[in-house]
Design a binder for this molecule. Structure first.
Ligand code: C5P
Length: 305
């Protein structure tokens, strides 16, 4: 019997996403507040005679089941870093997080694969080394490891935990079809260039940080903000209808999550979230509607599947 390890990793949303100008390295300077939500992917890494990737659940056919999968790249990266002599593994991913939805599903899988592989091979990889490996795999991967609520700067990979009180209740509306993150950033650059704007560096959203510490959902709601939203709406105009419908159904506020097209709606408690979700489910605007709460902890090991 060969060993295995499973990690459970939350989805993320950006409560604030401030995007600076395009940098020479192709990235944008960010100032963002991440929040981890109770929607999880489980990633299992087992020792195997042959490499394989199996994906089950939400959007399983839209995720590459080969070495290009971000989880497979994560396993390869940590194997190389720790010089694991026989790094052959079978990777199983059970997805709840929408694929290409702006909720860091791929990053979650990479973070889970790092943790599970480290456990499988009994590596003593420290927190900082894991963070650096995570950052090399993608801008959101370090936050998938950390979880909770955090301020992200630089590409989004430099993190500072943010104090928060209580739980926020959300409705998650996964759109039909995905959006490519680079395409959305590119669209933002195009829209900004068309307006001839000089883009200032993104500022820290201090008001939101104070509101999160207060635990007052009514203070948080009007401060949700996403600079990528106009670009996501430009590429998928029907999301406007989704955002409108969430407000009409009683959500306190709604935004596109990250690069979209998932829309997330902040509600005044769990019961309100359930009633907003029920109403939105009936409209047929989405592929899936669910509720979730956050912040929740980042990637963690659970008993192997
Ligand atoms: O880092 P990650 O691979 O997740 O980023 C995917 C793409 O998103 C990048 O190639 C880039 O086009 C865009 N991006 C960006 N600025 C960031 C993060 C991501 O332009 N800070």
């Amino acid at each position: 019997m060969m060993g295995g390890a499973t990690a459970r990793v939350p989805a993320k949303i950006n409560l604030h996403l401030g995007v600076g100008p395009l940098r020479e390295d192709g990235y944008h300077e960010l100032n963002t507040v991440f929040c981890a939500l109770s929607l999880y992917d489980d990633v299992t890494v087992r020792a195997a005679d042959e490499f394989s990737v199996t994906v089950r659940g939400e959007g399983q056919h839209d995720v590459p089941a080969d070495a290009t999968n971000l989880a497979a790249r994560a396993v390869a990266a940590i194997a190389e870093y720790a010089q694991v002599p026989d790094p052959q593994v079978a990777i199983e991913i059970e997805k709840q997080i929408p694929v290409a939805g702006g909720m860091a599903g791929g990053s979650a899988d990479a973070a889970g694969a790092l943790l599970a592989a480290a456990r499988l091979w009994r590596l003593d990889t420290g927190r900082e080394e894991l963070h650096d490996l995570a950052a090399s795999l993608g801008s959101d991967v370090p936050f998938s490891l950390l979880g909770g609520a955090a301020l992200g700067t630089n590409r989004g990979e430099e993190l500072l935990p943010v104090l928060h009180r209580g739980e926020l209740h959300w409705v998650i509306v996964a759109a039909k079809g995905g959006l490519s993150t680079p395409a959305v950033y590119h669209e933002l650059d195009r829209l900004r260039a068309g307006r001839g704007e000089t883009v200032p560096p993104p500022e820290r959203p201090d008001e939101l940080i104070v509101a999160l510490a207060s635990g007052d959902v009514h203070a948080v709601a009007p401060l949700l903000h996403n600079d990528l939203q106009p670009a996501a709406l430009s590429l998928q105009p029907r999301l406007r209808r989704t955002l409108r419908a969430g407000g009409e159904a009683g959500a306190l506020a709604g935004i596109v999550s990250g690069s979209g097209p998932t829309c997330v709606f902040l509600c005044d408690g769990e019961d309100a979230a359930i009633s907003v979700a029920t109403e939105l489910s009936g409209l047929g605007v989405a592929k899936a509607v669910r509720t979730a709460h956050g912040p929740v902890p980042g990637a963690r090991l659970i008993p192997a599947h």
